[in-house]
Each structure stands twice: as C-alpha cells, then as structure tokens.
Design a protein around this ligand. Structure first.
Ligand SMILES: [Zn+2]
Length: 315
C-alpha cells in the first residue's frame, strides 16, 4: 500500500472512532529518507550482538537488530547513528569521535598531483591513475535512463520505476567513486610525506567541458556533460577522502592555485599557451623541453606547493 493511501486510511479511522481527525499529511519524497539516533547506546547500538562473530548488527529502537554490511572498519567512539535511504538502499552512517590517528613512517618523498579527465590523477613522478571506465559506461546507462524517463507520463507507475532506476544508477556511481577514491588516497598517503594538489574551483570545473580544469579540450561529445559531472564529483570526493587520510596518517596536504600550471615549462619556467601542443603533449617553445602535459603540470603543482611551504616556514 502506498504511504499516501495509508495516511488516508488512518485519517478515516480517526474520523470513525470520533477522535480529532487532524489532516492526513502529505509525505513527499524524502520524508522518511533520514532518521538519526543520537548517542550510541541510547536507542541505538552499533554492533549490538557481539556474540555473533562473523556479522555486524545495529540495534535501532523501534526496529530491532538489523544486520548490516560493513564497508570499512569502525574506528573511535560511535557518537551518532543515522539511517539514510538512497534509492533502494539503506545506509547506516556512523559519526565517530576520538578516532585514533595512525601516523605512518616517513618516506622522504613528496608529490604533486594533477587532476584530469583522461587520468583521474597524474603524479609529478609520472604515475597515472586512470579514470575508471566503468564510470563512463555508467554515464551511458544514465543518459539512456534519463531519456527513458522523459518519455514517461507524469504520475505513472512506469515513471516511478524509471526514477528509481536513475536513482539506483546514481547510487552505484557514488559507491564506485568513493571506493576508487579510498584506494587512490591510500596509495598517496602511503607513498608520500607531502602531497600537493590544485585547489578546486567550482567555476573552473563547470566552465570546461573537457580537458583538464585549466585547459579545456575541443570536439566534445554530447554525453560529455554527464561524463563531466561524474568526473567533477570524483575530484571533490578524492580530495575530501585524501584530506581525511592525510590528517590521520600525519601527512602534509597542500592546495595550490592551479593558474598557469599546465602552460608553464617545468624545466625553464617559460609560460605560454603554445607550450601545450595537445591534450597530452607539452613542448616548451623556449627551451624545447618535451613532457607528458599532465606530468609537466603535476611538477609545477609540486613546486608551487613546496614554495608555499618554505615561505610558511620562513615566516
Ligand atoms: Zn622550457
């Protein structure tokens, strides 16, 4: 039975029983999407059946023990538990305090990272993390689902199903993106003591339809808008997760202004638009230095970050 019908049934029941009927409240989408239980143990308890060794449970007042699939180990003290619905899935979100930091041993290595489209990141020492293809494949499916939705009649069951499909795809993309970001961020904090990245600017991200944030490419396909937004969100998620991991591992994370980092020669410092001869190639018009464009940019980002760091130390 639909929620709205239930509300009406309850309304008429109140009328029949001669109670103050009130009015059935319309509970729109999202009414019950998040429920929060403050303070672990007071109405809710994480891992409520510890005698059950292989499964994790959460006990929620009014609901009971619910078995959950745990994505990551929980560290620190659970402070609040909230249950969120995204599409068809429910998530238990824990807010923890006193999370122990696990400082990693120094590696002596520093790195600059360039955020891009062809590669999610390129490091100043030439490593690349590809943007997962499955995200792009997902963008295709999303585009199809959205076209499909546009053909459905308002208020129809088919339309509701189409909306649910889109929501399901979005949730899947989010999960994959977060998983990928965790892996990439972990590799970075393990490998380097100092990590320099470009500061993200929303304006930069929306302006360019392809290419890096600073150097948009041309010949953009139709669905790139969608692809684009998926990648944009990927950078933000990566940097957020990286910031958390860096703090916990005792690593230094520095954000720099990305202006000119992709058109400046990392060898001689000559800055010109012509230096960037294609999406992937960099050739300095002054000294002839040739490099992968993203690696060249990542080196400039690293250098800018180290300069900022030295200036801060001197001050
Ligand atoms: Zn040069």
């Amino acid at each position: 039975m639909r929620r709205l019908d239930k509300a009406f049934v309850a309304f008429f029941k109140r009328v029949r029983e001669g109670r103050a009927p009130g009015f059935p409240r319309f509970k729109g989408r999202g009414w019950f999407d998040t429920v929060e239980w403050p303070k672990d143990g007071d109405g809710c308890r994480w891992d409520s059946q510890s005698e059950h060794p292989t499964a994790t449970f959460v006990r929620l007042q009014g609901i009971g023990h619910v078995r959950v699939h745990q994505h990551r180990p929980v560290k620190g003290q659970v402070k609040t538990i909230s249950v969120k619905r995204k599409g068809q899935r429910w998530y238990v979100v824990l807010l923890c305090t006193d999370v122990p930091t696990e400082h990693l041993a120094g590696t002596g290595a520093v790195v600059g990272i360039d955020l891009g489209v062809a590669s999610l990141i390129t490091t100043s020492d030439g490593r690349q993390v590809a943007n997962p293809r499955r995200l792009s494949a997902m963008a295709d499916r999303l585009a199809t689902a959205q076209r499909d939705l546009a053909r459905k009649t308002q208020g129809s069951m088919r339309r509701r199903r189409a909306v649910a499909r889109i929501s399901h795809l979005h949730a899947k993309i989010r999960r994959q993106r977060v998983d990928d970001a965790h892996k990439t961020a972990l590799a970075l904090v393990r490998g380097y003591d100092v990590i320099v990245h470009e500061a993200l600017k929303i304006a930069n991200m929306t302006r360019s339809a392809s290419g890096t944030m600073e150097t948009p490419g041309t010949g953009v396909a139709q669905k790139s808008g969608l692809n684009r937004s998926i990648l944009d969100a990927g950078w933000g998620v990566l940097l957020t997760i990286l910031a958390h991991k860096a703090e916990s591992a005792g690593r230094e994370l520095i954000a720099v202004n990305p202006t000119n980092t992709s058109r400046t020669c990392s060898r001689c410092g000559h800055c010109a638009k012509e230096n960037r001869i294609s999406q992937a190639e960099f050739r300095c018009a002054a000294c002839g230095h040739e490099a992968h464009a993203d690696v060249n940019a990542a080196i400039n980002i690293l250098r800018a970050g180290l300069a900022l760091r030295n200036a801060a130390k001197a001050a």
